[in-house]
Design a protein around this ligand. Sequence first.
Ligand code: NAD
Length: 298
Amino acid sequence: MNIAFFGLGNMGLPMALNLVKAGHRVVGRDLSPKAQENFVREGGFGADSIPKVLEGAEAVISMLPSGEAAKELYLGEGGILEHGGAGPDGVLIDCSTIAAMDAVEIAEKALSHGFDMIDAPVSGGVAGAKSATLTFIVGGEAKGLEKARKALSLMGKNIFHVGGAGAGQVAKICNNMLLATHMIGTAEALNLGAKHGLDPLILSEMMKQSSGDNWSLQQYNPYPGVMAGVPATRDYEGGFGTNLMLKDLNLAMEAAKRAKARTPLGKRAKELYESHAQDFGGLDFSSILKSIDKDEKK
Ligand code: NAD
């Protein structure tokens, strides 16, 4: 397949390289020349303009930082839609995490140009992008997904079709709002136990076999020294950044407001991450334990 790939950052680069490794011809573009060079060094093709990247493309994939960036790339002057996308037989796949209403706007305009488009944000982080084990959470028509399925399956191991345009974005932020709340709850419980002199390792093992069990305890323990290979054991470097979690919580709050849905814990999680990000925005999101591990004011 000929694939055009936009956005070769922390996530996009390993995703695009998995397509290259599978034998596809991938032409990539990033606004950062360094990011684009990294891709070319590892076997991809680079091009310096949108029309050149799109030449002969059967699928267009984007992995961008924000809704503004995605709207500019697809809908802006000289953007993807104006240059014919992946043609009427191809498919447009936006894997960025953006507001659902932005995803709907882009997909509707793509459709009005005669192009199939899906939103396909991911879960699994940089590690999942590298090991091609991402979960794709897809919104859009089944026809678009079927055209995209082959490429998605080379970058991930799970594909969930959750609804029409924008639904992938809604489902993704539901998941991340839940992740934020169980991470905070896990950090609070471990910190409380440790302050009473309990061993956080024994406490974690007990809770994993009890009703407090959850993904943060199982896979991503926030207490330093409890679990090998997680950010907590390397001063919270790498992993899923606090700033990215805050971005997703802001998107969740926007979505909640639009649907008039009550999300009291999501709201509190956003406040806690907002304050945590002031000092620790660059650290992994499990570093929330650092903000919790401050003596409670009287
Ligand atoms: P990143 O900042 O590392 O990469 C984004 C890249 O897009 C940058 O290199 C930037 O130069 C490039 N870019 C911006 N506008 C562009 C344009 N018009 N054309 C070409 N390139 C452009 O971000 P990331 O960590 O790779 O995240 C990408 C997306 O994936 C975000 O929406 C993020 O929320 C989501 N996400 C990230 C993670 C993670 O762990 N990093 C996990 C799940 C989802």
